[in-house]
Design a protein around this ligand. Structure first.
Ligand SMILES: [Zn+2]
Length: 103
């Protein structure tokens, strides 16, 4: 008889980041973080992301770095829109971060 209890992520401070690959809430948050920054999310999605950012330090860090990046970009080009090329580059970085935090 084998009974294995699989420990959930009960200790977010452990930094082990052993989130389940499927249905990782971080993936969703990361996916929507740009829209969230751009204010393009519905109120419902917006509050869901906000809730996740409140409890997940990794996503909050990422959100804050993207926010400051966005601010830096809009300062330097004098507009609110992030250039599509830069955005593509950032997506690659985000995807890499996502793999790190959700593997
Ligand atoms: Zn997260």
């Amino acid at each position: 008889m084998t009974f294995e209890s699989t420990p959930e992520q009960l200790n977010p401070e452990s930094g082990s980041a052993q989130a389940a690959q499927a249905g990782c809430p971080c993936s969703e948050a990361n996916e929507h973080v740009w829209n969230y920054l751009d204010g393009e999310l519905s109120e419902q999605d917006c509050s869901r992301i906000k809730e996740h950012l409140a409890v997940c330090k990794e996503c909050r860090d990422q959100y804050e770095s993207e926010q400051s990046l966005k601010e830096a970009v809009s300062r330097s080009c004098g507009c609110d829109e992030v250039p599509i090329t830069l955005r593509a580059e950032i997506s690659v970085l985000v995807a890499r971060l996502r793999n790190q935090s959700c593997n």
